[in-house]
Ligand binder design. Sequence first.
Ligand SMILES: Nc1ncnc2c1ncn2[C@@H]1O[C@H](COP(=O)(O)OP(=O)(O)O)[C@@H](O)[C@H]1O
Ligand SMILES: [Mg+2]
Length: 437
Amino acid sequence: MAAQPTLGILTLYLNERKALEEKPVYARMTAIGRKLGLTVFVFTPDDVDEDGDRIHALFYHPESRSWDRKWVRFPQLIYDRCRIQRSSRFQRLLAFRRKYGHLTFLNRPLRNKWTVHRTLGKVAAFESHLPATRFYDTPEDVHAMLRKHSLVYVKPINGTGGRGILRVERMKDGSYAVQGRDHGRRIVTPRRVSKEQLSGVLRSWDKHGDRYIAQQGLHIRLPSGRVHDYRMLVQKNGEGEWTLTGCAGRVGPPRSITSNLHGGGRAVPMKTLLREWIGSEERIGQIRRTAETLGIGVARHLERTYGALCELALDLAIDREGRVWLLEVNPKPSREVFIQAGERDVYRTALTRPLEYAQWLHRQRRLARTGKSRTVGGVGTGSGGAGGNGAGGGAGGSLATGRPQSAAAAAGHGSAAGMRPAGGYESEASGGGAEFG
Ligand SMILES: Nc1ncnc2c1ncn2[C@@H]1O[C@H](COP(=O)(O)OP(=O)(O)O)[C@@H](O)[C@H]1O
Ligand SMILES: [Mg+2]
């Protein structure tokens, strides 16, 4: 009987005092892992020793509810939870990903909002779900969009948590209503401006060193005047298949143009919101099925394009007609939205699935190594080379189930050493993105 597999949760310190985000979440995952037969620990690139063969990892002990450190060897599986930071720590993460790219990662970095949008835009099945979007170069890009759409959102391609977003609405009298959230997520006082003034507002908007997109805005104000949208979590399960874990509604605070929880939004069950917004139960059922197919299809496609993924959260808008729109995808989702929506079971599943998937992936890799994989191919050797294009379990299979093509395909997961250059800062995207809710 082989020793139980180890999963290292890769994260980043938030400051020089080694503060960590989501520690209680990792504590819960450790406890669940123990029940499943998976050893879980937490580490950052700064915890790897100089020789690069040991890690001073953080272990949680459920009995005493305490943390301590131990020197350990590298884990068999890595779950990357690192979110973008403007710090040297982030640069060290990029170096870590490059150096240890041959290890088995459950998930690889995604890309920024603009790149992801263009990637998805090439797929016919997603087209009708993508708001019209263009790269923002000059104010003229926004004016051009406003000629076609009465509402436009201008947002940073590496933005997270509802920061740095402007909402521009063309009013009947020819003026424009501008509202927003600055980079500190503070609400920008709403203003009515002329066309010329709008150009000035856009030019003087602090871009915080990022690049921007202009996107068709969806009318998602509830009768109360608050905006709303949905957070859908799709994850791989213990059989390596993409599944829908849950979907919850988010309602923004008064005067906010965003619904993000860390910007003061609150979570509500999807059904409650849809009943208020759409009404008909039959229609609601259709919308939920459409959203699920979209979510799973998007996850599979992005995995095929950019490499291993184990979960993805989609921000969805549903308009008055019941059409489902994809606002953005988040590869490092927080799950608190489900607790806040009162869906404890969904929250628990959301924590459990990556662990069950890790175990499945570990089994596949062992099978591949011992030459017992169901399909033969260059991957069966476990050399971590051939076939390991990182597309892994996403290859092939049906859109609805996300069923992986073969054990070998999945075993190729994360074995893309040398084939997948680690992304630079800009390719990190909403990818490395600190999407909190
Ligand atoms: N095109 C849009 N139409 C309407 N609301 C939008 C649009 N884009 C973003 N929003 C609102 O702003 C929020 C934040 O935008 P999002 O693209 O998810 O960026 P972030 O990475 O900052 O979360 C969304 O959850 C939604 O409430
Ligand atoms: Mg978002």
